[in-house]
Ligand binder design. Sequence first.
Ligand code: ZN
Ligand code: ZN
Length: 222
Amino acid sequence: MNVQPSMDPGNMEVTGMTVGLLDTRCYIAADASGEAVVIDPGADAPEIFKILKSRAWKTRYILLTHGHYDHIGGAADLRQACGAPLCIHEKDAVMLEDGTQNLSSLLGIPYSPVNPDRLLRDGDELAFGGSRIRVFHTPGHTPGSCAFLILDRLFAGDTLFRESVGRTDFPGSSYPALRKSIGMLLSKLTDEIRVMPGHGPETTIGHERRHNPFLDGIKTWI
Ligand SMILES: [Zn+2]
Ligand SMILES: [Zn+2]
């Protein structure tokens, strides 16, 4: 099955920013209706909230692609500021509660536990503006990594980067699982889908299909 954009992509505005010590990419996707979602507020919650407020966007969800500290560090403060529910895959929820598991202790950063509001599963669809957000469970980098498809954009977290893939040398990581997850994404998504990764520049499914050296031999179904 191919997943196609379900609405004119021109009706969505995506703002990307680089936040925190590890240059994490945080994104705000805003629908023409004025609803927004924030993906991976790893740090700088006040600055992110300032953007939401200045555009009068109503934040519908805070979505976390996975539970590593560099992607979740600003989530609690942003939730407090905007009131939107914090969503993470059920298998990474424990990382919100544990500084060892989310690697903040490795970075020497004090961390206060956070409770998620909604646990995600593969295939979930979240209503958003005139569209919907489709959740793909993409384990490998972490057990509960997810990618979120909104119209023609895939917010991929640390699973797929431009001409690279996510690290799998952390506790709970799995390289075979990562390859299987990327194979699933390549099978379901068409070349023109834009990939917004958790670090580095954006790319497309088509570019990665042709140029990502890590994808050689990955099993896909198309
Ligand atoms: Zn990560
Ligand atoms: Zn990261």
